[in-house]
Each structure stands twice: as structure tokens, then as C-alpha cells.
Design a protein around this ligand. Sequence first.
Ligand code: FRU
Length: 472
Amino acid sequence: MNALSKDLTKLVKMIEKIESRSGEPDRFRPRFHLAPPAGWLNDPNGLCQYQGLYHAFFQYSPFDVEGGLKLWGHSTSRDMLHWEYQGAALYPDQPFDCHGVYSGCALTEDGRISFYYTGNVKLDGDFDYVTEGREANTILVESGDGFRFGRKQLLMTNEDYPEDVTKHVRDPKVWKENGIYYMIQGARRKDDVGEALLFASSDRIHWLLKNRITTKEPFGFMWECPDYFEIDGKKVLSASVQGLEGEKWKDKNVYQSGYFEVKGNVAEQCTLSEYVLWDYGFDYYAPQSFETEDGRRVQIGWMGMPDCPEHTNRTIEDGWQHCFTIPREIYVKDGRVLQRPVRELEERKRILAEATGGLYVEEEPVYEARIAEIKENQFHAVLGEELILEYRDSRFEMRFINPSKDNASGGRTLRYQEIETLNNVTILTDVSTCEVFVNDGEYVFSTRFYPENYGLQIQADEAKIKMWELVS
Ligand code: FRU
């Protein structure tokens, strides 16, 4: 630890202490969703399970609740639901990461975790900060226990990336296959086309560019936080895409997170399918996945959205902002890629109510409700008298009654998706988070919300309704 990181450690602890007394820090704090102790959180980083323990790192700005200099915060868990904050883990304390320890991943192997991340550097001067004026360095730092870290090693600089990409290259995700290490990074080309760069290495330290992956037609100007995994014979390339325009993207978020199915070999030649969104709600970005020790593919997203001044979060008054989604198992059924909350949540469920056709429950801030065997697409729910979930005109809608920023919505209005047949809906509410899994998680809608009361009202003729409170 150098002198700068020593002092930063003290400062972070101080600010966390001060902020934990501002406003009502726990008024909107979710029970099972990872949230920062103070300040701002964005992307999930370095997700892994190591010697039984789950580690989640996160983009963390403790000094600025609206997002500033990025560190890695660190939390651990035994069940992916109860998270214990462990302090800041990585500081921007080197010339090659002095403007932010940006996003990255974890690779667990042979009694160590290798963390790869982007060291962000912004040079002083009159630059556009796209084609010049910044550095995106690929950095490796290792740990034997997940808590103490070795020396940071600079592996690649902008010189090592193709000449026709801008300075925007970042967010390494690494995996190993047949004895070879692969790394995927997001990039913005100089002609403003987004793509993913695929590198390979035999020793996890020296990397060579093997492939550049993009769509046939340009698709956005930047791909952030790429991820790649295989599940049930499907090859999935996930990317958070900036710059999508046109009819299809109107009424959607400013940036998107979704995936392509890959045909061929990502390291050699491949083509990409249509892009499918991971989430159709207001708050979902930069997801990362990892494999649990029992072989599940679990994905966690940032339950927020960058560059979106029309939305606010009422926790800002309480000195903190944003949280993660519930960890979601990715699974394949009938050829479709689906998502469901991790099965650990089952153990937290206590039955509250059971009904057919309709249900009204008052004041329950942390619950799961399942509406199954829906008939003729009839479904209408109101949460906290403010948030409506409804199927109408062949589409599933998530909409707030009142879009005022001081209200439950924090400025959010309407999100929807065309869905042919509605079979079932699962609603997961955790104080200020709401995640809605439609048709066993074929479509998911996530949003933050800040209700004054927690009533839940459901109407769905003849459907079977069950509601559970979720207990710690
Ligand atoms: C995505 C992102 C990443 C970057 C990080 C910085 O939200 O912009 O591309 O590494 O956030 O906080």
C-alpha cells in the first residue's frame, strides 16, 4: 500500500462514518440487494465465489453521491442475499489508474483470484477525450484470499489495441477454456461503431488480439462491459450498448444492456444474432456474470442507469445512491434464455396470502408475489398506489402514475414490451427495488421506486396468486 492509498483508506472510512448519519440512511435501504454504505455505486465488478464465499466488488465513489472518482468497493456473502461490506478494495493510486479503477472481473484458479480491470487516466489539456486525451490501461492484480491484494501489473495500454479504435477500450472479462485464457473488452471505433475485442493468452499475463467482434450493421457507438459465457449449448455475448437510435429504441432507456447469441467461435470467426435485452425496465445496466461452485451461471446488474438526468433517487438525501439487482440465475428452457432470482431466496419466503383472481395486501415492503395460470392475458397490479404493472394492447407495461421527481417514481414514467401471451408474473419488491419476471423470466422489468406506502393490489381473473414475505 503506498502513501496515497493509505490516506485514501482513512478518508473513505471517515466519509462512510459521516454519511451514515446523514438523512435517514436506512429508510429506503433494501434488505437483500447490495447497496453502498455511502456515496455512489455503479457496475458489479470481480464477481466470484472463492472457497465458498461470494465476493462482489463494485464501482464505488464514496466521496460523491452523484458519482466521482471510482474505487472498487467490496462486499461478501454466504448466500448472495445478505451482503457484508468489507471496505474499499482497490484505490486509484498509480499513474496508470489515477482517474479511476474502472470495471473489471475476477478469475479464480489454483488458490488465487486474478482481478483484471481498466485503469482510467484523463490527461490535462484541450482534448475530446474520445480519440485523444485519455488512457485505458489493462491491469492485473492478484489475491490469495480475496481481501489482500498484491502489486498492480500493467498488462496493456492503448498501444496494444487496434489503431482504428478510439481511446475508449475497457472492462475486461476473462475466462479459461481448454488451457487458454480469453479476455473480452468493449471498444469504440474511430468511425463511431461499437465492438468487442477478443484477446488470448497462455499465461494470463501476455495477451494477443485474436478477434474483433461486431454486428453486420453498425450497432451503437460503444459497447461497455462485455461478457461471454456458454449455457446449455448456447453461446452468449452480453454487451451494454451506447448510441442506439431509431424507432425501435424510442421509449427505451438511454443505453441498453442485452445479449447476442454467437454462431461460430468467438476467438476466430463468428456471427451475432439479433440483440435481446436483458431487462425492459428503467434501472438495469452493465451486468456481469460468474459461475458458482455448484455450476450455476449467475448474473448481477447495476440497478441504475448512467447519463439519465430525468430520473433521480431519493436516497441521495440520505448520502447514498444505487444498488445491484438481485443475483439472477440464467437458464435455458425450450430454447429460450431466461432469468430467475437465485434459488437461495426460496429459503427466505414465508407465505402471507393465497388467492384466486385478485388480492389486496397492505404495507408489506419486502415480498415476492407470483401470479400463475393467467387467463386471456388479463393482468393488472398496483404497487404502493404509484406503480402500475399491466397487460394491455398486446404489451406488458410498467408505468408510474406520477412522474414527479419528489414522488415514488423519482421521475420515471413508462416502459413496455410487446408480449404475445402472458402466462405468469413474479414480482420481487425489496423496499426501494422492484423486479418483475414475466413468463418465467423471459422478460424482466426492473426499477427503483420510493413509495410512501407498500400496498399491493392484483387483479387477474381466475389466476392463481401467492404472496410471501421475505424474512432475513
Ligand atoms: C459502465 C461504465 C464502464 C466503466 C465504469 C466506470 O457503467 O461506464 O464502462 O468501466 O462504468 O465507472
